[in-house]
Design a protein around this ligand. Structure first.
Ligand code: FAD
Length: 334
């Protein structure tokens, strides 16, 4: 059996879940095994489109599972999976998955493979591509054994097609307060803002931005191109940006279509979190900054001059496009 763990925030199913299902579907088709999804939570509604993508969806519910806790989730997963056949278990390489993967590997006695970007099955043998050394090396591993596999965000594209609606099973999980090891007293959420791992464009700032106030200039650029604002640890440690948007080894791993690094030197720990972005653009006044080594586009200059100039140029292009559209409309109406 192929298993997939869903990642969600309340009723909102995160896009990485759909990507994980895509990876699971690839394996279930090749290995001719059923595809099962596990969602853990309390009083959740599972959307119909999700149920159509797998053979079976299990909702493990309990009031103590309202909020994610490492040991609460670990306990219910252990209990649930102990008598199940696990061929491969796919977990999204986002917050929950990265936290749970290594622990589950130990408690279930199954190999854990992290940061996976590609899967292939040849003659019943699984070939796994994964990133090492902050993305500098791509390693290919082969295995016929059970494995827990965490996939990198955006490594697998969701296909729109779906199967017929699979089975839906609600399971009452057994968990006690003592199992959680922690007591969640409060939960703060930036409800308005999109999770940075889901953004298609990220404008990210580092110590070169020089202060919390100055991040407004990055927000200006982000808003005009439909992006979100991220930060290096340098900027987060200085207290200019919240930890929730830190990108890198000890922050979030992102893989947007466009990553614009402003005043970020390009330390290996930062690159580990954004190296897999489709296009990288760097703005830095130091021509020798390491970030330029991985950037597709580089601008050597002061970000306080370059960003306003960029914003103006983008505005001109947008106005030009709108003027053209307006002109075309005028012509067709005559
Ligand atoms: C165990 C460990 C884990 C870590 N995890 C992370 C992590 O998750 N994420 C992370 O980011 N870091 C992480 N770090 C820290 C990392 O090593 C760097 O210290 C950090 O990334 C540096 O942040 P920075 O690039 O913003 O600052 P700096 O290295 O100080 O770079 C600032 C850059 O801004 C440029 N600059 C200055 N002024 C301007 C201007 N006006 N216009 C344009 N450019 C300008 C400078 O030329 C310079 O290149 C970790 C370190 C360790 C040891």
């Amino acid at each position: 059996m192929i298993w997939v763990l869903g990642e969600h925030r309340g009723d909102y199913i995160k896009p990485v879940t759909y990507e994980a299902i895509e990876a699971g579907r690839l394996l279930s088709d090749s290995l001719k095994a059923d595809l099962n999804l596990i969602i853990i939570g309390n009083n959740l509604e599972v959307p119909d489109d999700l149920l159509k993508k797998t053979d079976r969806t299990y909702l493990l519910g309990h009031k103590l599972l309202n909020t994610y806790t490492t040991y609460g989730y670990k306990k219910v997963l252990e209990d649930f999976l102990k008598d199940k056949v696990i061929s491969k278990f796919i977990i999204p390489g986002a917050f929950t998955g990265m936290d749970l993967g290594p622990l589950l590997s130990i408690s279930l006695g199954i190999t854990y493979v992290a940061n996976v970007t590609g899967l292939d099955v040849i003659n019943d043998t699984l070939y796994v591509k994964r990133l090492l050394y902050g993305g500098k090396v791509i390693e290919t591993l082969s295995s016929r054994e059970s494995a827990i596999i965490s996939i990198m965000p955006r490594a697998f594209t969701c296909s729109g097609d779906s199967k017929k609606r699979g089975e839906f099973l609600r399971i009452d999980a057994e968990v006690k307060e003592d199992d959680l090891m922690v007591k969640v007293k409060d939960r703060m959420m930036e409800v308005e803002k999109k999770d940075i791992t889901e953004a298609e464009i990220i404008v990210s700032g580092g110590r070169g931005v020089g202060g919390a106030e100055n991040f407004k200039i990055l927000e200006g650029l982000a808003s005009i191109i439909g992006g979100s604002v991220g930060a290096s640890r340098g900027a987060v440690d200085a207290g200019w940006m919240p930890q929730t948007v830190q990108i890198g080894q000890t922050g979030k791993v992102v893989s947007p279509k466009l990553y614009i690094a402003c005043g970020i030197s390009g330390a290996p720990q930062h690159l580990a979190g954004m190296r897999t972005s489709k296009y990288i653009m760097a703005i830095n006044k130091d021509p020798n900054a390491p970030i330029f080594q991985i950037a597709d586009y580089g601008i050597v200059g002061d970000l306080f001059e370059v960003i306003p100039w960029l914003i103006e140029e983008i505005k001109k292009i947008k106005e030009g496009t709108q003027a053209n559209i307006g002109h075309k409309k005028k012509v067709t109406s005559h």
